[in-house]
Design a binder for this molecule. Structure first.
Ligand SMILES: [Zn+2]
Length: 352
């Protein structure tokens, strides 16, 4: 990093003493202090995260970058060799009633949610094929709901930790499955990768699509980035009859082509624009709750435990509108820092 900076400064110095006909645009580009811009983006993400979104900050700004785009079609280990399925104690979590009409039916790491309506249940994200049976189907039963009432399964994106139970729920309960076009295409392109978790193509989501079941409507927003077809949502839940609006963020880590300026810069731009899109939709509905499909991002597991001791206190999931906005600022700030590193790489490649 420091070597790169020295190179930038050296390039600037050469231009500064060079002929005056050197274009302003080129000079402006080479005099950019990328290090300072990266620091600024990281600082804005850290400030936005506060003590509330440390998991998201950690994943996106601090840990090494996630694995890039997966183009293999291999059977997952847990499918080809069931002895590699993690032990139950590694993933089991109790189901919980979080709001009047929203239940947590996920695990210790990955979340699944049941939105209960007057005409049946909407499942928001599934988990792995090996634990959907116990956590989603079993979880519904343990909280007194009937899995036969599942009508829709909405998948935020086609990774094994979220699509894992979609085929099971479609086959067993005739649930309609909703997913983004690009992610349906992934399922169809990689039959081995999705073995035992590939629902038959059903509803293709688009931006602003409303899924209405009985008295409940969930609105889908296209937020490409994590995968090209990643979906996020807004919907209303009730806390002892009081309406509370939720923004659901459907894809987080940088699991896309991000190793090289082309197409990494554009991919980060698409990711950043998706976070702005969701921040605006969240503001529009006055969302005060931020949900995700990983507990490390929305602290679902801890909040479920806090529910038990709530008494007359505030709802542990209800952060307020400002904090919901700050969540998307964390995502944007970390993505911008990573994008700037690629922009620096590209600028240096052009000049030297
Ligand atoms: Zn994913």
């Amino acid at each position: 990093m420091s070597i790169n900076r020295v190179r930038s400064v050296a390039a600037w110095a050469m231009l500064a003493v060079g002929p005056s006909f050197i274009g302003g645009a080129l000079q402006a580009q080479t005099t950019r202090d990328f290090e300072a811009e990266i620091e600024e983006a990281l600082a804005s993400a850290k400030a936005a995260a506060g003590f509330e979104f440390l998991g998201t900050l950690n994943r996106l700004c601090l840990l090494p970058a996630s694995r890039g785009l997966d183009t293999s079609d291999e059977l997952p280990r847990y499918v080809s060799d069931p002895s590699t399925i993690p032990p139950r104690e590694a993933w089991y979590a109790d189901a919980a009633r979080v709001f009047d009409n929203l239940y947590f039916v996920g695990g210790r790491i990955h979340s699944s949610w049941a939105l209960v309506t007057s005409e049946g249940i909407i499942i928001i994200d599934t988990i792995y094929p090996y634990n959907s049976e116990e956590l989603i189907i079993g979880g519904l039963e343990r909280v007194g709901l009937d899995p036969d009432d599942i009508r829709y399964v909405i998948i935020s994106h086609a990774h094994g930790d979220h699509i894992g139970g979609a085929q099971i729920l479609q086959e067993r309960f005739g649930a309609r499955v909703v997913m983004g076009e690009s992610d349906w295409a992934l399922v169809e392109t990689y039959p081995n990768r999705y073995r035992s978790m590939a629902p038959t193509r059903d509803i293709v989501a688009n931006d602003g699509m409303e899924i209405t079941l009985g008295n409940t409507t969930l609105t889908i927003w296209e937020t490409p980035g994590h995968t090209e077809g990643t979906l996020s949502y807004t919907f209303t839940v009730y806390d002892d009859g009081r309406p509370v609006n939720v923004a659901y963020s459907g894809g987080t880590a940088f699991n896309f082509n991000n190793e090289t300026p082309d197409p990494g810069i554009q991919n980060f731009q698409s990711y950043i624009e998706s976070q702005r899109h969701m921040a605006e939709r969240a503001a529009e509905v006055g969302a005060t709750v931020l949900l995700s499909n990983h507990s490390e991002f929305d602290n679902a597991l801890n909040r479920n435990r806090m529910l038990a001791g709530r008494g007359d206190g505030p709802h542990p999931y209800e952060l307020g509108q400002e904090w919901v906005q700050r969540y998307f600022q964390v995502m944007e700030g970390c993505a911008r820092a990573a994008q700037l590193r690629l922009e620096r790489e590209q600028a240096e490649g052009t000049v030297l």
